[in-house]
Design a protein around this ligand. Structure first.
Ligand code: ADP
Length: 552
């Protein structure tokens, strides 16, 4: 109990009247200290229980009333052993009861901050003395009735609360039922939607495949007769020595046929390229490509295209000094893209220049071809990447397949092609290529052939931080569940769960490369396919560059 105890009153109890007085005073002080009514009754009852059990035993008790900061303190000092039943009764009513020899100390918490008024306490003390037993009995009855009333009220409240709770529970259950119904319906909807989506994308894939097959076949079929036509017109126009030369009119007509044949052949060749690129059949052969040498060849290729026009072709004259000498890429594809851009620049520029230059931005190389030509209206700049699209009113030959094909190649190389243009001022097309092989964290290898896993692990050294291995799809999936994996390299044929099944179950964000000895179409989920028999470090690095994009 707190050290700042202060005494409020003292009372001697040796008979029944004293018991009543103790009871009254306890209650009065409790009220003066703003204890709740029930606590007032508890304090009064505890005092009366202790002193009541003492009086018949012929004992005298001195009760001291005091307070500390937090509680009303009652000390009962007896001239003999305090009765145990009295202490037990008090212990149920007070917050603390401690018996120490002949002294019993009790405490009841009180509301903080209430200062007892000394005058009021004096009055209470005076009032308790001349009370009759009957008065006190009446008073006690009153207390009992109040306590019973309180009890009834509490019981009523409890019943009410119970009813409310039951009502709420019923509401919650109903809501839960509704929600799970709705959830089930939504789920069913989502599943149906996904099934439809799968079916649609499968149909789309089949349609796109048959379109590509159609173009590839038609192009092949067309090329043979076209080559004959062109060859025959050449024979007609340039007869063998001793043959009869055509008269000028005929010669002119034959040359027209020959030119048209040439245009048609170019179109067919373009179509074949696009079809191949779309069906993923373009075979990339990554190697370290010497950029200055490549630019030299492009210069030689492009200058004749500008002949007879006041257009200067400048290739690689003002390159970024950070430009590396070589870049790991497919030389044929890179040449094809840049030849196309230079040819467009020259074709659509009447005077000025066409300039090819490089810039290094972080992990990427940008090769731009800028011309001072007619430009492209703002609204049409996206359309020029659509197959067969040509800006209306400015036809200068061509097929409308050059830019879409170049963009497709750029993406196969792990890069992209973008265009900016201002009508009347010129056009700049930028080819953006990866310069570095991105660092990969953890790579998971799934292959039943331990020796080949060893080969792959060797090839990945320096490229991946960590390589973990699995013998089949199921083992791979449990490894993935336990480790964060940044890339999966998987064989297709494996006993147990095969590569296609593994790919179908792979978490969406994990990129996957198929490394296979088997021919056949790649599973849709594969970001790239590598053939085991032609796997080299360069091919692996090149593929990593195309699969994992490193931002600038
Ligand atoms: P095309 O064989 O017609 O050149 P492309 O696919 O290469 O086909 O280009 C599509 C269209 O984009 C062209 O027909 C032309 O209208 C426009 N275009 C392409 N490059 C340029 C350029 N450098 N300047 C102006 N217009 C261009």
């Amino acid at each position: 109990m707190s050290g700042q105890d202060s005494e409020l009153a003292r009372l001697d109890v040796s008979d029944t009247a004293g018991v009543f007085a103790a009871r009254q005073l306890g209650r009065g002080l409790a009220a003066a200290l703003a204890l709740e009514q029930q606590d007032q009754i508890r304090v009064a009852t505890a005092l009366s229980e202790i002193s009541r059990s003492a009086v018949p035993a012929g004992r005298t008790a001195v009760i001291t009333f005091g307070i500390d900061d937090a509680a009303l303190l009652l000390t009962v000092a007896m001239d003999g052993e305090p009765p145990a039943d009295g202490i037990a009764a008090a212990a149920r009513l007070m917050d603390r009861v401690a018996a120490d020899g002949r002294v019993v100390r009790m405490a009841k918490r009180r509301p903080p901050g209430v200062r007892p008024d000394p005058r009021l306490i004096g009055e209470r003390l005076a009032a308790v003395q001349p009370r009759s037993a009957l008065d006190e009995l009446r008073r006690q009855n009153q207390d009992l009735i109040t306590a019973l009333d309180d009890l009834r009220q509490q019981k009523d409240q409890l019943l009410l609360l119970n009813a409310e709770l039951q009502e709420t529970n019923r509401g919650v259950m109903a809501l839960y039922g509704e929600l799970s119904d709705e959830l089930e319906q939504t789920n069913r909807g989502v599943v149906a939607l996904y099934a439809e989506l799968d079916e649609k994308s499968e149909r789309l894939r089949v349609a796109s495949e048959s379109k590509d097959r159609f173009w590839a076949n038609v192009s092949h079929e067309l090329r043979t007769p076209l080559n004959s036509i062109i060859g025959l017109t050449r024979l007609l126009a340039e007869p063998a020595p001793g043959g009869t030369a055509l008269d000028p009119e005929r010669l002119y007509q034959v040359q027209l046929i020959r030119n048209s044949g040439g245009t048609l052949l170019a179109l067919v060749n373009d179509l074949l390229d696009v079809a191949k690129a779309e069906s993923g059949q373009l075979h990339m052969d990554p190697a370290r490509v010497d950029l200055p040498a490549l630019f030299g060849r492009l210069r030689g290729l492009a200058r004749p295209m500008a002949e007879g026009k006041p257009v200067e072709v400048i290739v690689g004259a003002d390159d970024d000094p950070d430009t590396p000498v070589t870049i790991l890429t497919d030389e044929v594809a890179l040449t094809s893209i840049l030849r196309n851009l230079l040819s467009n620049g020259i074709k659509y520029t009447d005077s000025g220049e066409v300039r090819l230059s490089t810039r290094v931005t972080g992990p990427r190389l940008q090769i731009s071809v800028a011309d001072t030509g007619i430009g492209i209206p703002a609204g049409l700049q996206d359309h020029v990447f659509e197959e067969f699209y040509q800006v209306p009113g400015v036809r200068r030959g061509g097929t409308g397949l050059g830019l879409p094909y170049a963009r497709r190649l750029a993406r196969i190389l792990g890069g992209d092609l973008t265009l900016a243009s201002e009508p009347g001022a010129g056009t700049t097309v930028v080819l953006d290529l990866p310069l570095r092989t991105p660092a990969v964290g953890t790579v998971l290898l799934a292959d039943d052939d331990a020796a080949f896993r060893g080969v792959l692990t060797g090839l990945l050294s320096g490229l991946a931080d960590r390589v973990i291995e699995a013998e089949d799809g199921a083992a791979a999936l449990s490894l993935i569940a336990a480790n964060p994996v940044d890339l999966v390299l998987t064989d297709l044929r494996m006993p147990g769960m095969d590569g296609a099944a593994l790919l179908a179950r792979l978490p969406a964000p994990v990129p996957a490369i198929v490394v296979t000895g088997a021919d056949g179409p790649p599973p849709p989920r594969a970001a790239a396919v590598l053939r085991k028999d032609e796997l080299t470090r360069e091919r692996l690095e090149f593929t990593l560059r195309t699969v994992i994009r490193e931002e600038r």
